[in-house]
Design a protein around this ligand. Structure first.
Ligand SMILES: Cc1cc2nc3c(=O)[nH]c(=O)nc-3n(C[C@H](O)[C@H](O)[C@H](O)COP(=O)(O)O)c2cc1C
Length: 202
């Protein structure tokens, strides 16, 4: 069963490499149709970290934000062309917009409209626990950052919203994909059984 995933990448350097690595692995392990959507800042940040070529080579269907509705990801999500929307890693900017109901960028718009159409959204916010984090700079050096309450509160808001799941780490996408495959297979085999019953004589 092919799982169709719209994968949004925001302008978030933190956990960017881990996100790319896990998605590359899963694409090899499973039958996945992944389309990548880079926010405007996402394209820039991926290039800063020198991961653009690797991303394009692994995921040839990679598109960049031109406006909140171009590419028309929203339309395809609402028409059920994807099993789910994944935003990983997510900036606190995109988290804040979704939490506040703002949809003026490609990925905040995609999340809002997917949720309205009851299409599942999975998001990994880089800033989600109070305290300090150590992140990798584009050149490889480390930087320590102190999380802001406003960003943590926005993540807590997302946790309470229907049709969006906050991930604690990019690795959690492994089980999410496995669950989607299992569910799709169960639905498929029960609809095949149903069809066979309809055509059985008597
Ligand atoms: C090299 C680089 C790395 C960045 N890393 C992060 C990050 O880890 N987390 C974050 O919240 N913002 C980060 N930013 C800032 C965002 O890119 C910026 O807030 C942008 O407006 C986010 O837009 P988007 O949410 O539409 O992608 C980074 C910016 C640059 C230039």
């Amino acid at each position: 069963m092919t799982i169709r995933i719209a994968w949004g990448i925001t302008g978030c350097g933190d956990h960017l490499k881990e996100s790319l690595d896990v998605m590359k692995e899963l694409t090899i392990e499973h039958d996945l149709d992944v389309r990548v959507f880079l926010s405007e800042a996402g394209e820039m940040v991926v290039k800063w970290y020198k991961l653009y070529k690797e991303l394009k080579a692994s995921f040839p269907k990679t598109y960049s934000e031109r406006s909140p509705n171009v590419p028309f990801l929203v339309g395809d999500l609402q028409l059920g062309k994807y099993d789910f929307l994944l935003i990983m890693p997510s900036t606190s900017n995109t988290v804040g917009k979704i939490a506040a109901g703002i949809s003026d960028t490609l990925l905040s718009n995609a999340a809002a409209m997917a949720m309205k159409a009851k299409v599942r959204v999975y998001i990994f916010p880089a800033d989600q626990k109070s305290g300090e984090i150590t992140t990798d700079l584009p050149g490889g050096k480390k930087l320590t950052l102190t999380m802001r309450d406003v960003d943590i509160e926005a993540v807590d808001k997302l946790r309470k919203m229907p049709f969006i799941t906050v991930m604690g780490h990019p690795d959690e996408i492994r089980d999410i994909i496995r669950n989607h495959i299992e569910t799709k297979e169960i639905i498929h085999s029960s609809s095949v059984k149903e069809k066979n019953r309809e055509i059985e004589p008597g």
